[in-house]
Design a protein around this ligand. Structure first.
Ligand code: MF3
Ligand code: CO
Length: 284
């Protein structure tokens, strides 16, 4: 007779007995709960924080160097060199065959723009730089928008409102809230400003793997979806379009996602940890 079931071992919890009791209470009420492996241990949280520190320093470094006249391939080079200089790996590189170390999404590109020597940043452009880092096996992920030169006021407003959408999502991501609460605040803020929310791509659990459960949708209904439990780490990364929500994928590279109507799109991404008292912003 076997003494232990396969894979059974002591897993230290990073949340209290009080939180455990709450978890059981919500379970009895029929709430969808995260799998236990999504509740990070203190050791895992420490590792994710280290990775996140490098990822944030990388975006600060890009912020210092990005400028008009630069190609998006130059951004890719900066990302590759900075990351490897910090003994880390760009998580994008060869992820599902992705050919570069960063996604650079300019103007009407919604996400997954592939850096190119032929793509030069011009006065008036907006560009999302999305970077992801693997450090000692732990994953981090974030993106920011950069304005190149003089950007039209209505485009600047899109960028600002999108950041507000992300920040409202973070404020809403409290322990014992629901995933649908996050989607709802983001969707309402975008639509109240006359914008639309991209549906095909969402935030995601991130930390032990690049993309894991849960899917964090940027539209939703309050009081629905998975329960938010202390120890979860995931991204919130709304893609907001100035015009319609429809998108298409560029067939020449199979990656670049563009707005159907050619109008601009913006995105801001943070990775957070749900704690017993609120949340901790890991990356931004
Ligand atoms: N960084 C993106 C995210 O926020 C994922 C990019 S995957 C790649 O989830 F393959 F396109 F790099
Ligand atoms: Co992400």
């Amino acid at each position: 007779m076997k003494k232990f079931a396969h894979g059974m071992r002591y897993m230290p919890k990073n949340y209290s007995d009080e939180a455990e009791a709450k978890l059981q209470q919500y379970k009895r009420a029929g709430c969808k709960l995260p799998m236990r492996n999504l509740l990070r241990t203190e050791e895992q949280i420490a590792g994710i924080r280290e990775s996140a520190k490098i990822n944030t320093a990388l975006l600060d470094y890009i912020a210092e160097h990005i400028r008009e006249g630069m190609s998006t391939a130059e951004i890719d080079h900066l990302v590759y060199c900075f990351t490897t200089d910090h003994d880390a790996i760009p998580a994008d590189f060869l992820y599902e065959g992705y050919p570069k170390s960063v996604c650079t999404s300019v103007n009407d590109v919604v996400c997954h723009g592939v850096p190119s020597t032929k793509e030069i940043l011009r006065n008036g452009d907006i560009v999302n730089v999305d970077v992801s880092t693997i450090y000692k096996g732990y994953y981090s992920d974030a993106s920011r928008m950069f304005l190149i030169g003089d950007v039209k006021p209505e485009v600047r407003r899109l960028v600002e409102v999108t950041r507000e959408c992300r920040d409202l999502g973070i404020e809403t991501a409290q322990p014992w809230a629901r995933l649908g609460d996050i989607g709802a605040v983001i969707q309402e803020h975008a639509q109240n400003n006359g914008y639309s929310v991209v549906r095909e791509f969402c935030g995601h659990g991130c930390g032990i793997k690049f993309h894991e459960e849960p899917d964090v949708e940027h539209v939703g209904k309050r009081g629905t979806g998975m329960l938010l439990v202390p120890g979860m780490t995931f991204t919130i990364e709304p893609m907001i379009n100035m015009g319609g929500k429809e998108i298409f994928i560029d067939e020449t590279d199979g990656w670049t996602v563009c707005t159907e109507d050619g109008l601009p799109s913006a995105q801001w991404e943070s990775q957070i940890l749900i704690t017993e008292t609120g949340n901790e912003i890991l990356t931004e």
